[in-house]
Design a protein around this ligand. Structure first.
Ligand SMILES: [Zn+2]
Length: 342
């Protein structure tokens, strides 16, 4: 069915997406049971709970649109929900689908007032923007979903990046405090086409950190390539990820694959913008994961510079127009990890 967003007629397959984008600030809950026994509950705008008729082995959150202009993941969710509604995809795990920031999707913008993906893990309490209200609502929905069963918890938060990248598809593994990195999850991500994983070294306000830290979910922020407009994504690029999500939903993913090629990076420095004098010495067109030799100044600020410490350092997510006190760039370097089983 065609649905118009800001004059763009795009193809959205499901009532879930259509209702979400036509009522971005809230919509009444409703539910239905499919012929195959799967229960589908529209809990609020952008929040759809799917409960299988039998015993679930996992509780899975699949989120997209936390940044409104990152549309490919929204199309992935639309595709999966459509297949479930048609009965083509038989659901054998419990799944919560989330479209993070519907008003920003309509505005074709990363956010309306502030970056939603800095507001989780309670950081929304310090703010009263639209995004802060939404972060609180999403935390509640994910919390209720995870706490409704004893099964292992998984959360894949799907994104696309602002700039081109030397490594197109990569994941960010939230800081785990004293927990261990999961080898089977890295193996699964590799099957989903993910080429590299960044191992975070400190807490953050991301959606995946929230699920990981508060609910001990295996949770990841997943970057799938460059931002395009809704409908302009070449969905063939996302086949491996969509297939991985299908295996999860149908219960065919057993997490037995071990990682073989995935490159691991650790964070060398989190560069924070301290003052308005902050400057990045990175060209606008420079790709994420661009590699540097030691001794190159990547950022300067009042009384601060970041100079690469070793050959092979790379940057990701550089963005200089963030508010002071926020992260402007991550500097990373390849790392070897002895991963514990599983
Ligand atoms: Zn994003």
């Amino acid at each position: 069915m065609n649905f118009s967003i800001n004059g763009h007629t795009e193809v959205l397959k499901t009532a879930f997406l259509q209702t979400t984008l036509s009522r971005p600030d809230g919509a009444p809950a409703h539910h239905k049971t499919l012929d195959n026994g799967t229960r589908v509950e529209f809990l609020d705008t952008g929040i759809l709970k799917v409960t299988c008729s039998g015993n679930a082995s996992y509780r899975v959150v699949i989120s997209a649109g936390v940044h409104g202009n990152e549309t490919a993941p929204i199309e992935i969710v639309d595709t999966l929900v459509n297949e479930i509604m048609l009965g083509d995809l038989v659901v054998n795990n419990d799944v919560l689908f989330i479209i993070g920031n519907p008003p920003a999707v309509n505005a074709e913008a990363r956010f309306i007032e502030e970056n939603l993906n800095r507001l989780f893990a309670g950081k929304h309490l310090r703010s009263n923007t639209k995004e802060a209200v939404r972060a609180a609502k999403l935390e509640q929905a994910v919390g209720n979903f995870f706490e409704a069963g004893e099964q292992p918890r998984l959360h894949y938060d799907l994104h696309t990046a602002i700039r081109e990248s030397q490594i197109e598809k990569f994941a960010v593994y939230p800081y785990l405090h004293s927990r261990d990195w999961s080898r089977s999850q890295l193996g699964f991500l590799e099957q989903c086409g993910i080429e590299a994983t960044l191992l975070s070294s400190q807490p953050s306000g991301t959606f995946s950190y929230f699920s990981s830290h508060k609910y001990h979910a295996d949770a990841f922020t997943i970057e799938l390539g460059k931002v395009r407009k809704l409908g302009a994504n070449d969905m063939r690029n996302f086949t491996a990820m969509t297939q991985g999500m299908r295996r999860l939903i149908t219960g065919n993913e057993l997490f037995q694959q071990r990682p073989s090629n995935i490159t691991l990076f650790s964070v060398v420095e989190e560069v924070v913008k301290l003052t308005e004098a902050f400057k990045l010495n990175i060209k606008d067109k420079a790709k994420n994961f661009t590699e540097f030799k030691a001794g190159v100044v990547l950022a300067t600020d009042e009384g601060y510079e970041y100079r690469t410490k070793q050959d092979g350092e790379r940057f990701v997510f550089p963005i200089s127009n963030v508010p002071c006190g926020q992260r402007a760039m991550l500097v990373i370097a390849p790392t070897e990890l002895s991963l514990k089983e599983p």
